[in-house]
Design a protein around this ligand. Structure first.
Ligand code: TYD
Length: 407
């Protein structure tokens, strides 16, 4: 169920070095029901290894996806902002690369929200998503969606059934895939001669420079650099045409590739900048952990009560990495109905409705969903006016939350 990976997923080198360790952690999205609190929780090592040949960063251990994705709750359609971001991506690339009657395939198409917008314009499209609940929603909405993991085998089936694709899109998908060779073999089969592959992934350079240790969890197997993509794609005869930065999920890169072996000259400057200082990252994260614990202990001694605000996956990671249990933060609130009434994995805080903040007036809330800080601050203006305080985990290192995080 938990396997160690000892070679680089992108260039197959064995030169992997440990750069950061968060310890044994529960699965960040496995929120617990009350009857599960007394059961033994599954945990796995959360350790980042860096490849010294291509600067790819990846987890040392892989958890069986069937355990991790039993219930996948993130629905694109529930985020208006994300839906329009993906719709824009599709529209621009269709304009540039998809001829009349051409085919678009989206890998990790979720509930079909993005494809729905182009289907309405008469474009042929197919979604691929392994989550049964999401594929069912998409198919109900009329977006043909294959409920499966993308692979060479599936690519062959699509090609045989409806032909090759002029545009293949995979956003926030590659970080979840262990066998990237199979993914690339599938792309090679499915992509038409003049077609384009467009992928978006969180960018490891910004993870490191912004000290985003809470975005490391078992579902995110890989943390990509542009250099890693160059090595991966080259092995399969794919060349990079363009790399762009996007302000999604704490800083994302969009990589456009096509058949061939010559990367665009604009790619090299990205690689030159990829000197990742993991030692500085480690020092900052350890300092944040100590300062956060010191603050919570000080507040508790003074009789103040601190709650957590938001129960994102990154909140689970932070609470478990810092060892913050119910004695220091007794309650976490979150607006997601399916999380309310459950408990944070590992540290076991009960998750309540955010309405309780104004009712019970904790002295301060530690905003665990700090990529949504501005929105939460707006919603909690009455709490703040009544004397409540909002803090972020990185408050001592970064006085204001990092504004380029907008997922
Ligand atoms: P998300 O941004 O998806 O982070 P991750 O990928 O780390 O899980 O999760 C944000 C969480 O914050 C989600 O559970 C909903 C919650 N939230 C609130 O409780 N109140 C709010 O006002 C907002 C914007 C989010």
């Amino acid at each position: 169920m938990i396997n160690a990976r000892t070679d680089c997923r992108c260039c197959r080198s064995k030169n992997l070095n440990e750069v950061f360790r968060l310890g044994d952690q529960p699965f960040a999205n496995a929120f617990l029901r009350s009857e599960q609190l007394s059961e033994l929780e599954l945990k796995a090592p959360l350790i980042i290894m860096e490849c010294s040949d291509c600067s790819m960063a990846q987890l040392s251990h892989i958890v069986d996806p069937t355990v991790l994705y039993r219930e996948y709750s993130f629905v694109t359609g529930s985020s208006q902002w994300m839906t329009s971001h993906f719709a824009e991506l599709l529209r621009t690339n269709i304009r540039d690369f998809v001829p009349r009657g051409g085919l678009v395939v989206e890998i990790g198409s979720n509930d079909g929200s993005a494809l729905l917008s182009i289907k309405r314009e008469g474009i042929r499209c197919i979604g691929v998503d392994p989550a049964t609940n999401l594929a069912a929603i998409a198919n109900d909405r009329g977006v043909t969606t294959l409920c499966d993991f993308f692979s060479e085998k599936l690519a062959t089936a699509i090609t045989t059934g409806v032909g090759q694709a002029d545009l293949i899109v995979a956003c926030n998908v590659l970080g979840h895939i262990d066998d990237l060779d199979d993914f690339c073999l599938g792309v090679k089969k499915l992509l038409a001669a003049n077609g384009r592959l467009v992928v978006e992934v969180p960018y490891v350079r910004w993870l490191v420079s912004n000290n985003e240790c809470d975005t490391i969890y078992h579902e995110h197997l890989s943390y990509f650099s542009v250099g890693a993509f160059v090595h991966l794609f080259h092995r399969f005869g794919l060349q990079i045409e363009k790399v762009e930065s996007q302000a999604v999920h704490g800083g994302t890169i969009r990589v456009t590739a096509k058949h061939g072996t010559e990367n665009a000259s604009s790619v090299q400057p990205w690689i030159v900048e990829e000197k990742l200082d993991w030692t500085r990252f480690r020092t900052h994260c350890e300092t944040m952990r100590l300062q956060l614990l010191a603050w919570l202990i000080r507040e508790k001694k003074e009789g103040h009560v601190i709650w957590g605000y938001g129960a994102p996956a990154k909140g689970t990671v932070l609470l478990n990495y810092c060892g913050i249990e119910s004695d220091l933060i007794p309650v976490v609130v979150d607006s997601t109905p399916s999380k309310q009434g459950k408990f944070v994995p590992g540290t076991h805080q009960p998750i309540l409705n955010p309405e309780e903040v104004l009712k019970q007036m904790p002295s301060a809330c530690l905003v665990l969903a700090w990529n949504h800080y501005q929105e939460i601050e707006r919603k909690e203006s009455a709490y703040k006016q009544a004397g409540g305080k909002l803090r972020t985990p990185f408050v001592t290192l970064f006085p204001t939350p990092n504004n380029n995080r907008t997922s």
